[in-house]
Write a protein of this length. Structure first.
Length: 239
């Protein structure tokens, strides 16, 4: 099996995990930078993540155009992914979703911040991008290169960003890292809402976040992204 085939298989499993863990429903998508051409990325044709299969994966240029003339219907918001790959050489996977517990933090003044050690991967700052600031009234979807590039500026060098009244996007150096971050973004939102109903929250410190991210980056066997991936993949397979 080639590296490309293995990556496509990972995208299929990632799609199923995101559906199984409640991050994606009928909508949302995960992509990966092409292993042989950094100016291209892999993304399924437009269909519900839980239904994605190997043959659904298409190849796109970073401007969102088809790399090989594939005429199947693409996701409208492929510009999210292409713009982030163009802006960040360290990004190799992107997940966009509308996970429900995250949405309230995109439309209120309450900032979403890491609250538990497994969520330290999210970083010290989770900004909110508001399409209205630059583009006025829209349908809130990132449907052009211009919107994608503006959103990428909000993500900047961070790990994720929320989109007002829409959803969120996370990045990773691998598919497994991006999936891990997407799942724990939703987990953190749930826990933060619960904690704030009880009283003042003590969030992770910057130093704690640095140490947590360093440990995950070590990628020791049986730890971190791979352990979570194995568990979630089995759960998705059982459903």
């Amino acid at each position: 099996m080639t590296q490309l085939d293995e990556l496509i298989d990972d995208l299929v499993v990632a799609s199923h995990i995101l559906a199984s863990e409640g991050v994606c429903d009928a909508f949302g998508h995960v992509t990966a930078r092409h292993p042989d051409n950094p100016e291209q990325f892999l993304m399924a044709q437009a269909r519900a993540p839980e239904l994605v299969q190997h043959d659904d994966i298409m190849v796109f240029n970073l401007d969102g155009t088809s790399a090989d003339g594939d005429k199947r219907k693409p996701f409208l918001e492929r510009f999210i992914h292409g713009s982030l790959y163009a802006a960040r050489a360290d990004v190799n996977s992107v997940v966009h979703s509308h996970s429900r517990s995250v949405i309230p933090f995109s439309v209120t003044t309450g900032a979403l911040r890491p609250i538990v050690h497994s969520c330290g991967v999210l970083g010290k700052n989770i900004p909110v991008w508001d399409a209205q600031d630059v583009f006025g009234d829209t349908n809130l979807l990132i449907s052009s290169k211009e919107m994608g590039h503006d959103f990428a500026k909000t993500v900047d060098q961070g790990r994720c960003a929320l989109m007002r009244g829409h959803g969120s996007t996370v990045i990773g150096q691998s598919v497994r890292e991006a999936v891990y971050s997407a799942v724990y973004l939703e987990v953190n939102a749930q826990l933060q809402i619960t904690a704030q109903s009880l009283g003042q929250v003590k969030f992770l410190s910057d130093g704690e976040i640095d140490l947590i991210q360093s440990r995950l980056a070590d990628a020791k066997p049986g730890e971190g992204y791979d352990r979570a991936w194995e568990y979630w993949a089995r759960r998705a397979e059982a459903k």
